[in-house]
Design a protein around this ligand. Sequence first.
Ligand SMILES: Nc1ncnc2c1ncn2[C@@H]1O[C@H](COP(=O)(O)OP(=O)(O)OP(=O)(O)O)[C@@H](O)[C@H]1O
Ligand SMILES: [Mg+2]
Length: 276
Amino acid sequence: MANNPYQDDRGNHDASITRTGGEGTVDPTRRSGPVTDAPGGPFLEGAGMTGGYGKSGPDILHDCTIAVEKGQIAVIVGPNGAGKSTAMKAVFGMLTLRAGHVRLDGHDISGLTPQDRVAQGMGFVPQTSNIFTSMSVEENLEMGAFLRRDDYSATMEQVYTLFPILHEKRRQPAGELSGGQRQQVAVGRALMTEPKVLMLDEPTAGVSPIVMDELFDRIIEVARTGISILMVEQNARQALEIADRGYVLVQGRNAFTGTGQELLADPEVRRSFLGG
Ligand SMILES: Nc1ncnc2c1ncn2[C@@H]1O[C@H](COP(=O)(O)OP(=O)(O)OP(=O)(O)O)[C@@H](O)[C@H]1O
Ligand SMILES: [Mg+2]
């Protein structure tokens, strides 16, 4: 795997997407709110997030905080309906928060639209409908690069190196692929913008334990290149094994927070959320 670029530290190549000239530049005065300095703290943090869906919907998140450091893996676990996906959407700007802030790389991005957050370095793979099934694998990856005006062929090669099966099936409609391969397409699509942070909502849903292990290995490889991973997982035990930081959410609130190992060792977390 010596020729795998995901094993090298790609340094600050991602700066290409935050360049200040040309198309694709974030204009914080239009559509989106301002970006202000918010130095210190974790690389990406949704802090004290409170809010729900729509203007009058009930709050789903209650003072919820999730964060990830540069190049680390943070995992969110919790029961069905706990608000894990809602917390991810809130960090990605798909929810109007009544309270709280989202900070990325020293900036308060709470006012940005999701598209502008992508331009700032966020990649998001939602829990459902995360690929275009009638498009080919390669077209899906091209869609992922929609914000880029530069040559993205090297990034596509990197995705194919990370997930060789996608290269083999690049001309096939993505909908014809297996569950695990579709998730690779979704992750690959998100990598096409060269994100600084990759947010994955249940990347291993519906795949076999072997495929899950392989996906986790690829995710670790991505993190080693310096990309932060914020991930929701139903396979809580296995996910916490690879987590630098873990969050247990219950009813939209932080119930337990710690390193992955701390949570795995916590008797109450084990009894209530990890099946003993
Ligand atoms: N689009 C929506 N509009 C209104 N309410 C929603 C919407 N999506 C989710 N909810 C509600 O928000 C709460 C949290 O849902 P969410 O999908 O965030 O949970 P989750 O922890 O991701 O669950 P799961 O493990 O099943 O994926 C639930 O009560 C759900 O009914
Ligand atoms: Mg969910």
